[in-house]
Design a protein around this ligand. Structure first.
Ligand code: ASP
Length: 323
């Protein structure tokens, strides 16, 4: 199993079941649904930071290697487990992706309860962001002290006036069973304070996740637009199909993303930092069919979660492309 750092607690629970022969998709979904229900993770499900209107909009997808099928929901509101709804889209419809109100109604029709996902603390952080956005509006800047730091990864921002507690974050999990079957899932509240209706990479098969029984599995967190523009997860899997190791595959995609950002910066200068590196973060979690794995990042020191026969569930450092 391999996934983002916040997958570790779920891996501790689900790794033994995977080893006992449980379906890899059941295990991957079990891992992430724990975090969807955790009000303290600001990047996923309940307690996730809302869009600019203060509404929590979730994206999620899953992919099942043995049947090469996928399901996803995007911009779904008031549903605690979007990854479970993604599975319903996969198993109970002929579609791959349902969005917005339709996704909510679909979830409700399958018995998912209406749930308020904006916790009091997330609302407070959002309001603080709103009040700090500009000194050219009628909201006064919030007084100190700052609220406690958020749990969730900081991947960097392109926004010039970065407000407090600006957070990217997501959970991805890829799983490989002893029988050699792969599956994966990614679920998120997406970029905090996003434009309502914005969809990131997480529910996009090929961008935020991809698996193929002939090649392996991969997923991403971080700047979703970069994962979409590079077709990142698909590219990792495709490179493994051609013989690359998980580490080489992930690094190659990060190199592409760097070159793509350099080109795009001609129109959007904020994409590149003064240090000549992309001004944003992207991570890939890559799992080969032989059980080899890698976690890679554009830059910085972050961790990811892994579980294998050698060591069981643990954190490992992400390998940075730009040391
Ligand atoms: N990839 C997610 C998105 O762009 C956010 C993240 O993983 O940090 O919505």
């Amino acid at each position: 199993m391999v996934g983002s750092a916040n997958a570790l607690a779920g891996m501790r629970e689900w790794w033994p079941k995977l080893q006992e022969g449980a379906d890899p998709l059941d295990c991957a979904l079990g891992v992430v649904q724990r975090v969807e229900a955790d009000p303290n993770d600001r990047s996923v499900g309940l307690g996730g930071l809302p869009n600019e209107d203060g509404v929590v909009q979730l994206d999620a997808a899953c992919m099942h290697g043995p049947t090469h099928n996928s399901g996803a929901v995007a911009c779904i509101e008031n549903i605690l487990h979007p990854s479970a709804v993604a599975r319903l889209v996969m198993e109970r419809t002929d579609h791959c992706l349902i969005v917005g109100r339709g996704a909510y109604e679909f979830a409700r029709s399958h018995g998912h309860p209406h749930t308020e996902l904006l916790t009091e603390e997330a609302r407070r952080i959002w309001m603080r962001w709103k009040e700090s956005m500009s000194d050219r509006d009628d909201r006064l800047s919030p007084p100190p002290p700052a609220p406690p730091p958020t749990k969730g990864e900081k991947h960097g921002s392109l926004r010039k006036e970065e407000g407090p507690d600006f957070t990217y974050g997501t959970i991805h999990c890829s799983a490989l069973s002893a029988a050699g079957e792969v599956s994966c899932t990614t679920t998120t509240s997406g970029l905090s304070y996003k434009i309502p209706g914005r969809v990131g990479d997480s529910p996009i098969v090929g961008a935020g996740l991809y698996c193929d029984m002939e090649a392996g599995s991969a997923g991403s967190t971080g700047r979703g637009e970069a994962a979409i523009l590079s077709n990142g997860a698909f590219a990792c899997v495709e490179l493994m199909r051609q013989g690359a190791s998980p580490l080489d595959a992930g690094m190659e995609v990060l190199k592409r993303i760097t070159r793509q950002a350099e080109r795009a910066a001609k129109w959007q200068p904020g994409l590149m930092g003064e240090d000549g590196l992309p001004a944003f973060g992207v991570n890939f979690y890559v799992l080969g069919l032989d059980g080899t794995w890698a976690g890679v990042t554009l830059k910085g020191k972050n961790k990811f979660a892994v579980s294998d026969v050698d060591g069981g569930p643990r954190h490992e450092p992400l390998i940075p492309l730009h040391g």
